[in-house]
Design a protein around this ligand. Sequence first.
Ligand code: TXD
Length: 313
Amino acid sequence: MKSKVSIIGAGMTGSTTAHWLADLEICDVVLIDIVEGMPQGKALDLQEAMPVMGRDVHITGSNDYDATAGSDIVVITAGLARKPGMSRDDLMVANAKIVVSAAAETIKRSPEAIYVVLTNPLDIMTHLTMKVTGIDPYRVMGQAGILDSARMRAFVAMELGVSVENIHCYVLGGHGDEMVPLTRHSNVAGVPLEELIAADRLAEIVERTRYGGGEIVSLLKTGSAYYAPAVSLSQMVEAILKDKHLIVPASAYLQGEYGIRDIYFGVPVQLGRKGVEKVIEYKLSDSDINAFRKSAAGVAQMIAKVNQYNLGE
Ligand code: TXD
């Protein structure tokens, strides 16, 4: 039987994720949105692309959560996108209400599902999804680290003129301006980045990575990045469905790892059919540990803030 993946929010990232997933031919896809006709229209359009792509995949769109019943994975992208000058935090309360309802509606119909969240502010929305669904934290995770690391990899590739395949970068921490690009662990075909790029230039790449989302937002003017976020989501979905035991950075629930507890936070995780199989603990330098603590404090503060609101579960 084919796996079923439901994507809540058929906007830019949701529909682009459907596209990548359809190309991988690993699951049927359901697109859900509140805008009438839109998920149906996008799903039909994508379905009509399948003969050309040569992929036997069913893509359906709906405004009704019943279409999600029996999903193996629920991907949550529903929410408002950032506008220029708007921080990820500004979005928090509006998106929290949307994510709470998406999580509550889907878990009723897919009690066995694994959740991958994208909506910003990412670590907070992932936390809310875990709370509202009431499922084990290892079945709920957020996408940020693959994207942030891919941005850094792209910038390093541009800098060195080396294949992106040779470049391994690890950006951890909360998905915000306090994210932590680990230059010491990042490498090009095994050679540490710090040996290949001068310190001042590397600092610029780190800075560009941190504000990578904002750079795209200010260029696009309307909406935010979607190709790279969507392909990152689809890599996580693929790793889960294929039980790959793939190690990628993602937002996972920490229970003491890295000295951090009770928040979702960007760390290297091993992904398989059960969800987050393992949190990998790197040995961090003192400055990285300090950056981690600062970033984690920001996430904990936002959790405390969002808990003050009645989100109408
Ligand atoms: O790395 C990451 N975590 C991110 C996060 C990378 C890219 C985008 N990131 C965040 O994902 C972004 O800041 C937003 O919070 C979400 C979705 O971004 P996207 O670019 O896809 O936004 P769109 O195109 O506006 O799509 C959102 C859709 C839109 O079609 C709305 O009609 C729909 O969400 N929406 C809903 N669907 C279902 N149910 C409800 N209640 C609902 N409300 C809005």
